[in-house]
Ligand binder design. Structure first.
Ligand code: MAN
Length: 346
């Protein structure tokens, strides 16, 4: 059930990272508990105010400082057909640059920034176009952040860890391009750590969910394809995992997003085998959630529901999601109900 007063966070609720920037969108938060509160690590997408006759967008320069690129709006070598991407002279850039902002809440609904927790920003040339869609997985006292690092080198997965949200350990790129939608499991399966991830292989293959294992969270191997897109269905073009799968008596419950050829993003569920999570036991035939509300149908990029953060309390999943690439919303789902529907889909 959607929270009645969605959205819970909108661009005007936060301040831009610097006076020359404007917040265009808030997207796809990672969610975790820390210090007795609920926290979101929100993706904040910014760009400068657009001046007449030119298109401007931020990137990191060679010294990792935010700099603004400007291209003439009338250029025949400019392609703006996707609001998220700028193609200029055959090279791709992003219209906005994203960083990750920490906000906390005592009720899981009203979030605000807290002094002493600075934002996470792109830190080097592999993050020159920004950092996005961070999953947060708590394992013991450590929080592991797996996020999308975007640059001219490609779209890759990077990892940082922290125990106090002030100092971070950088693991570098754990998966090279093209890869995103990476989440760790929050406990070992057998003796090994597991991650779900989403490489793209457009010529042969597609945008499928894969799994990998690791003895130490640093070295990942034994990659196997877990699930593919399904022709003619709501998840026909690309799929990707949400955050850490939920351990249930029947296996690992994974919430995932699926998009069709028209870029309509819905959420579905898969049940993965408890001992071997590369095996799919069941999968939603129809979406668990699909864009319906006005704030999900229209925004920066409409018709999108995308999640990479939730909290589980008994049967209840407090699901946080980005709606139409613009605002942050919450919906509460029942583990039991999703499992029951998955049994019907067998
Ligand atoms: C896609 C979308 C964008 C994102 C880029 C880079 O175009 O998901 O929101 O910025 O990929 O990851």
């Amino acid at each position: 059930m959607r929270y009645a007063h969605n959205p819970i966070l909108s661009p005007e609720d936060l301040c831009p990272s610097q006076p020359s920037m404007q917040i265009e969108c808030l997207l796809n938060p990672g969610v975790f508990r820390y210090d007795g509160k609920v926290w979101m690590l929100v993706r904040v997408a910014e760009r400068p105010a657009q001046a007449e006759g030119e298109i401007s967008f931020p990137v990191l320069d060679a010294q990792n400082r935010v700099t603004v690129m400007r291209v003439p709006a009338a250029s025949p070598e400019l392609d703006l057909s996707d609001p998220r991407v700028i193609n200029y002279k055959g090279e791709d850039f992003l219209t906005t640059m994203s960083h990750l902002r920490l906000v906390s809440s005592t009720d899981g609904i009203r979030f605000r920034e807290e002094a002493g927790y600075p934002p996470l920003t792109g830190s080097d040339r592999y993050e020159a176009y920004g950092i996005e869609d961070c999953r947060v997985t708590q394992i013991g006292t450590q929080y592991y952040l797996t996020y999308t690092a975007v640059s001219a080198n490609g779209v890759a997965v990077r990892m940082r860890s922290t125990s106090n949200w002030r100092r971070f350990t950088d693991y570098g790129l754990v998966l090279p391009p093209h890869n995103k939608d990476c989440t760790l499991f929050d406990e070992k399966v057998g003796d090994l750590y597991y991650m779900l991830h989403r490489p793209s292989s457009p010529e042969i293959g597609g945008n499928y969910i894969w799994i990998a294992q690791s003895p130490d969270l640093r070295h990942w191997g034994n990659h196997r394809c877990v699930a593919r897109t399904r022709k003619g269905m709501w998840d026909s073009a690309r799929i990707g995992a949400g955050c850490a799968p939920i351990r249930t008596g029947e296996g690992w419950l994974m919430i995932y997003h699926g998009a069709d050829a028209s870029h309509r993003y819905c959420l579905g569920a898969m049940l993965l085998d408890a001992a071997d999570p590369s095996k799919v036991l069941a999968r939603s035939r129809t979406p668990v959630m699909e864009p319906e509300e006005p704030y999900e149908l229209e925004g920066f990029f409409g018709n999108v529901i995308f999640t990479n953060g939730h909290l589980v309390d008994g049967d209840r999943i407090a699901l946080y999601y980005g709606a139409s690439d613009k605002v942050i919303c919450r919906a509460d789902l029942s583990v039991g109900e999703i499992l029951e529907n998955l049994r019907k889909d067998l």
